[in-house]
Structures are given as C-alpha cells and as structure tokens.
Design a protein around this ligand. Sequence first.
Ligand code: F6P
Length: 326
Amino acid sequence: MKEINKIGVLTSGGDSPGMNAAIRAVVRTGIYEGLEVVGIIKGYQGLIDNEITLMHSRSVSNIIQRGGTILKSARSDEFYSEEGRKKAYDTLVKNNIDALIVIGGDGTFTGACIFEKEYDFPIVGLPGTIDNDLFGTDFTIGFDTAVNTVVEAVDKLRDTADSHDRIFIIEVMGRDAGFIALRSGIATGAEQILIPESITYINELITKLQTDYAHNKTSGIIIVAEGDDFGGAFDVAEEVNKFFPDFETRVSILGHIQRGGSPSSFDRVLASTLGYEAVKALLKGVRGVMVGSINRKVAYTPFEKSIKHHQEINMEFLKMAAVLST
Ligand code: F6P
C-alpha cells in the first residue's frame, strides 16, 4: 500500500448545507496528521480540468456556518467517460495526490466507485446531500437543515392557509426519496404527505380531506415530494380542485431554498465528525467506502452498497402522521 502524504478533497453533485463544515474538518484533520491537503474546484470536472488549490488551516476559517461549498460543485458528464477519468487520473499523478475524499450523494459515489477500481486509487466518501437517501448512514449532511428550512416555510404558509380557509399543496425536494417530505410533514402537522415510496391513491386523499372538513377543519396542508408517483404539486391541486370546487387551493413549490442556508448545529457536528473520521479512515488504509453514522457510531459502507440500496423509509411514520393530523 502506497503511503499517503497528500490528499485531495472535492464536493460534487447537488450542494448541501454542511459541506463547508466537512471540508474544514478534512483540511484541519489532514494538516494535523502531517498531510498536505488540496481542494479540487467544481468536483470531478475540476479534477479533469486540473483546478487544484492548496488548502491551509486559514483557507477554511469562518466557513463552518456557511451554506453552499467553497470548493464549488458540479455534475460532470465527462467523468462518466473513460477518457474523462483518464484525464482526472493524470491530474492526480501530476499533483502527487495520493488519496481523495469526495463529498456528495449517489452520483458522486457512483463515479468514485468506478474510478477507485479502474485506477486502484484510494477514495473515501462523505454523505453530502439534502435527500438523506444513502444507505449506510442515519442522516446525510444537509438533511436536517433542509428539513428545518421546509418547516419554517410551511409554518408561514399554514398561517395564511388558516386565515383564508385554503388548502396549500406544497412541493418539496426529493427526486427519488420522500425523507424531506415525511419529516417536515410530521413536524408541521401536515394533513397529507405524498412520497415516492408509497403509492398515492388520490381517492384516499380526497376522503381524508372530506373527513377533515366534516370535523371542522377549515384549512389544510398537503406536502408532496417532487418525485411522488402521482406527480407534482400542480397535478395534486388539479385533482383536489375537482372534488373541492368551493375551496380555494394554492400551490407553493419551495425549490432550491432547501439547498441553501446556514447549516443547523446537527449538520455542523455531523459534518465535522465525518470529515475528521474520513481522514483517519484513509490513514488506516480504509478505502472504497462511504463514512457515515449509524446509531451515533461511525460506519463504513462500501460505495456499491451505499448507492444500490436506499435507506428505508419508516412507513409507521406515515401512518402516525395521518393519525396525528386528524
Ligand atoms: O440534491 C438533491 C436534489 O436536491 C434533489 O432532491 C433534486 O431533485 C435535485 O437535487 C435538483 O438538483 P439540480 O437543481 O442541481 O438539478
């Protein structure tokens, strides 16, 4: 096994609050361990384009509280080609980089998984995505902050829904997963939560709304994950309008505000811990894994496993949310 003296860190895919805290932890732990640490700008694309910058302790000052990523992020199609990966490898050799820490979601780990095997190059990953859809960690970096952002927005929408006796259909992020929808729905007392993991029967949704109104509810909140099988918030609103012509509906799509903002203390601590552990893992010879946290303990999960199996949604929570919102 080649000795590790210099490591690179990059962020890739959709950004998430807490990525900066993770970068800070990687840089400072690396320096503490006597390593040279470089940042790669714009994810795998920066690796292909040789966009490398030397990181010092001061390069990561005052960023633990900042959303986004100081290293910038991108989705690189070129990295999916053999030619692109060859250029990326050449950059690593040219800069004497011995190992990589990649921070991102399933796309990031898919790339890492291929590259790690193709070039026999040490890589470990950190789960940085608001979607919380990676197997091998209870929480991904950014999820908690995104949920808090949704909760703040829905609370505000509830105020106006209540004043005007309206039904609000609110679309949240989650292309393939309903974690944000489910958690924020429970936290805001949403009357309905629609997620890709459970089939949406619109007649059941209408019946529930009718029951709610029969029990003197005058407003309602429906949270829809963008990847729900029935469609997005506008599709749901169209159906609700058919059955409730006398009630006003409004649609609100929360969009990318969910990806930004200052990370919550939970995300800062998670990112700091996992960043620290990722460097330690590399120095122990661990590679080809995502470093996550399960039951508050550090857990290594092979890339293949973390991308192939999604963390499971607890369906009991969906049932509980329905009971508690009656
Ligand atoms: O980061 C994951 C995610 O937030 C998904 O839930 C969403 O569908 C996607 O990113 C949108 O990303 P972009 O706007 O970068 O294409």
